[in-house]
Every structure is written in C-alpha cells, then in structure tokens.
Design a protein around this ligand. Structure first.
Ligand code: AMP
Ligand code: TRP
Length: 355
C-alpha cells in the first residue's frame, strides 16, 4: 500500500499547475516540408501574438512525427533547423517560451509507449488523417509505416508530458485532440490522476486555410502540387503569382460572396484577407465586386504580413549558433518539466522504478 500512496502523491505533485495559476500551453509543428501560410495563420501567429504572452508556453519541432512517412534523413535534419528558425523569425521569444526539438527530449518517446498501452487499435484506425495518409502512401506505391498508425499516441505524449492545459492548433487537429483527451481521462481512471486533460484552441478566422488551386482540400506542406501553396519563404512575386492564379469560382456566378460551400475558393481568399488585415470575411465580401481586386488585395496583404518574417529569417540564418543555443536551453527546460510527470506515469502503471 505504501507504494500506491507514494506513487499517487508523486502523480499529484506532477499534476499541480506548474507556475501558480499560469496556464501551460504546448503545441508542435512537423518538419515534414516548408512551412506554409496555413501553418502561420492556423497556428504560429497565435503562438507569437497571444500564447507566449499569456501562458507558460512550449513550442516543439516534432521531428519524430516526420518519420512516419517515407523521408530523406538529410531533408528532415535541414527542415528541423529551418522550422525552428522560422518559429523564431515569426516572433517566438525564447525569453518568454521554450522552443525545442522533440527528439532532444527523451520523455516524448518514453511516454508514447504508455499511450500505446492506453489506446486501442480501433480508435487509432478511425483517425481521418491516418486514413488519408494511408491512401496517399499507397497511391505512391509505398508501404505504410506502423508509426503512421501510432502517431496520435506520440502526439498525446507530447502534450500530456507537460501537464498542458491548452493546445493551440488548426482545425485539422481536432480529432487528434479528442483522442488525446480520451487517453488522459482513461489513464487517470485506470492508474490515478497523473495527467491534466488538455483542450484544443482554434483560431477564429482561417483555422483551416485551403489550397489555392484546390480549395476543397487544406493547404498542406507536403501536397504534391505546390502551385496552390504559399510558403512562408516564397518571394513576394511568387506569392503574388500564386494568389492571382487561385481558383475562385466553380459555380460561375462571378460575384464575391462568403459561402464556403458554394464558393470555397472565394471564401478562402476572404478568410486569408480577413486574417491578414484583422477584418471579417463576411464584411469584406461586400467591399468587392471583382475577383481580380480581391486577389490583388489578398496578395498584397499576405506579402506585407510575411515581409518582416522573411527578413528576420535571413538574419537568423546568419547566426546558427544563436538558434542552437535557443534549442539547447529549450530542450533543457522541457526535460526538467516532463521528467517528473513521465516518471510518475511509469510508476503508476506498475513499472518498477530504477534501483
Ligand atoms: P503540421 O504542418 O501538420 O505540422 O501543422 C502544424 C500546425 O499548423 C497545426 O496546428 C496545424 O493544425 C496547423 N495547420 C497546418 N496546415 C494548416 C492549414 N492549412 N490551415 C490552418 N492550420 C493549419
Ligand atoms: N499532429 C500535429 C500536426 O500534424 C503536429 C503535432 C505533433 C502536435 N504533436 C503535437 C501539435 C502536439 C500540437 C501538440 O499538425
């Protein structure tokens, strides 16, 4: 019995809100491609403008997630650094939050295994992203890695290791977040209160930025056709060209209206313009009578929004030692936060503590 009491006490200590009443926020981004406007509007911008100021926040380049599909090791390594550099260029301030690389903190993989022991095979197979990615891998004649199926267990571990209260992500992560909550609740019911049950927070506008060429699918960094994807490091002229060529009307009304069903391409441009300028898409729709003018203004708004980010990125690239130091310190802090809770989880499930 003494053992049970002790592990429950350790678990309770690990669950306590870390810095008084400040919320703990965690989010992650994969280095599986160049970052897009979708990443920025759906997630990063909010991390920069709100989350790092109001909470105890950690932002992680989830490199292990990038190994769930066929990958080139050198490219993942390069993109990991680039992603971290872009997070800093976008305005994450290492004095306010931790920025680090997932594989530098062993607790993620340690806890992921316990999450695999908590989740069921069926609930993993129900994940929409899994089904979509299986279809994509099979279409390319590639085998499906087991880690693609267990991916949400690693994501849950990322989040739960830190006693996270809130996870700011784009809409596409809603299902993974529900699963993470289920796993936290189930684990706590089975073994005692080790984990905080986190909630997802999504942006009000542009929670799902759509591909400019195919506005029924999300702008994703690993889509094959890159013509509809605005990358954060695209040159201004490239951005203009992509936005001007955006698909706007399949119904053929020629009018600018905000209707995601009937005019997904136009609605997407209005969402992007609204997100860049702080307006409301429904109101903006009334200001335009032609697609051309809407596209032109949207292009300029995106170019202006991304300009400082590109400039800062160039500066940071010239100082890789600074980025290294940020990542080193971030990982150290993350390790210190995650280890007690993951140790408590190991003890709670019945694994003998190291002697
Ligand atoms: P990922 O690129 O899948 O690693 O996603 C990193 C973050 O960006 C997550 O919070 C995603 O929800 C968000 N995100 C990715 N693509 C989009 C998009 N097209 N629209 C809005 N948010 C997105
Ligand atoms: N699955 C997320 C995505 O594809 C990335 C991710 C991994 C993540 N672990 C996370 C996001 C933890 C938030 C919190 O976008």
């Amino acid at each position: 019995m003494a053992g049970t009491t002790q592990s429950t006490a350790a678990a309770a200590a690990a669950t306590a809100t870390p810095t008084g009443t400040r919320k703990r926020i965690f989010s992650g981004i994969q280095p599986s491609g160049h970052l897009t406007l979708g990443n920025y509007l759906g997630a990063m911008r909010r991390w920069v403008e709100e989350d790092q100021h109001r909470a105890d926040a950690l932002f992680c380049v989830v490199d292990m997630h990038a190994l769930t599909v066929e990958h080139d090791p050198a490219r993942v390594r390069r993109l990991t650094r680039q992603t971290a550099t872009l997070l800093l260029a976008a305005g994450l301030d290492p004095r306010r939050c931790a920025v680090f690389v997932q594989s530098h903190v062993a607790e993620h993989a340690r806890l992921s295994y316990l999450m695999e022991c908590t989740a069921s095979d069926g609930e993993m197979r129900r994940m929409i992203q899994y089904k979509e990615k299986v279809a994509r891998e099979e279409a390319r004649g590639r085998s499906v890695r087991l880690s693609l199926l267990t991916y949400p267990a690693l994501m849950a571990a990322d989040i739960l290791a830190y006693g996270t209260d809130e996870v700011p992500v784009g809409d596409d992560q809603a299902q993974h977040m529900e699963l993470t909550r289920d796993l936290a609740v189930r684990f706590n019911q089975r073994y005692g209160p080790v984990f905080t049950v986190p909630r997802a927070v999504h942006p009000q506008v542009a929670a799902r930025v759509m591909d400019l060429r195919d506005p029924t699918s999300k702008m994703g960094k690993s889509n094959d056709d890159t013509g509809g994807i605005v990358y954060l490091l695209d040159e201004a002229d490239v951005i203009r060209k992509k936005v001007m060529r955006a698909v706007t009307d399949s119904g053929g009304t020629g009018e600018v209206g905000y209707d995601r069903e009937a005019q997904p391409g136009v609605a997407n441009l209005l969402d992007v313009l609204a997100a860049c300028t702080g307006g409301r898409p429904q109101v903006l729709a009334e200001e335009y009578t032609s697609y051309g003018a809407l596209k032109k203004d949207t292009a300029e708004a995106v170019v202006e929004m991304l300009r400082p980010l590109r400039e800062r990125h160039a500066e940071l690239c010239a100082d890789p030692a600074y980025v290294d130091e940020v990542l080193r310190a971030g990982a150290e802090r993350a390790r210190g936060l995650a280890r007690p809770r993951v140790d408590a989880a190991y003890a709670a499930v019945g694994l003998m503590p190291p002697v």
